[in-house]
Design a protein. Structure first.
Length: 234
């Protein structure tokens, strides 16, 4: 049930995050030129302003499998035309959730989970923090033998979400405070790690396109993370 990178060989992949800056980011890419549309969690039923008009379209859905996201339903999967449902938490404690997703939706979509060692390594690189669903999806495709990866709609929790994704977060300040209060993600380290993964993908000949707000947010994370590292005792 492990998601295979080979399934996406030579494909052009568009990864759509939930940030309120999504529309601006989408304007910078040719959406219709991509073979695979990837969303996550509440993105399943959150409309996106695609030029083609298929606002719910999602080929691959990465999902946390927890109650923090809106429930998955058969109708939602059909409406979005989901082909692959990926559980992003393959730890022993989470594998039961993978099996529950398989039992509920395996007759409609292919249910997979991310590679267990890769997930553990990601957590180690983040200093023991839980990798976000967005980071797991981006790093998976950046490490796969794809032709191109475009990443839009990510600001590493420095902004609110796009309308309809999570209306409990009503401002940028809310987004920043909420992630700080929960304490299980490390956005600055995620931005810095994503930058490293992008450089590696490009060195292997993969075209990586970033929305302008993704690039700005990632560069800000990298600068702050490096500054914080420099203040650590030797």
């Amino acid at each position: 049930m492990t998601l295979s990178p080979e399934d996406f060989r030579d494909r052009r992949v568009l990864i759509i995050g939930p940030a309120r800056t999504l529309c601006d980011d989408l304007a910078a890419v040719d959406v219709d030129g991509f073979d695979v549309i990837v969303k996550m969690n509440n993105g399943l039923d959150t409309p996106v302003n695609f030029p083609s008009g298929a606002s719910l379209h999602c080929d691959v859905l990465f999902h946390s499998g927890t109650g923090e996201a809106r429930p998955i339903t058969e109708d939602k999967l059909r409406d979005a035309k989901v082909q692959v449902l990926v559980h992003r938490t393959p730890k022993k404690s989470g594998f039961l959730q993978t099996m529950m997703l398989q039992a509920c939706f395996g007759h409609l979509v292919r249910v997979r989970h991310v590679d267990c060692p890769a997930y553990q390594q990601m957590g180690d690189l983040l200093g023991g923090a839980s990798p976000t669903t967005g980071l797991m999806s981006a790093c998976f495709f950046l490490g796969a033998p794809v032709r191109e990866v475009a990443i839009v709609g990510f600001t590493f929790f420095s902004t609110a979400y796009q309308k309809g994704y999570d209306d409990c977060v009503t401002s940028d300040a809310d987004a920043i405070c909420r992630i700080a209060d929960k304490g299980h993600h490390k956005p600055l380290k995620e931005g810095a790690l994503l930058s490293h993964k992008i450089k590696d993908a490009r060195s292997r000949g993969i075209t990586v396109t970033l929305g302008p707000h993704v690039l700005d947010a990632m560069q800000s994370c990298t600068k702050v993370d490096h500054a914080d590292a420099g203040r650590q005792p030797a």
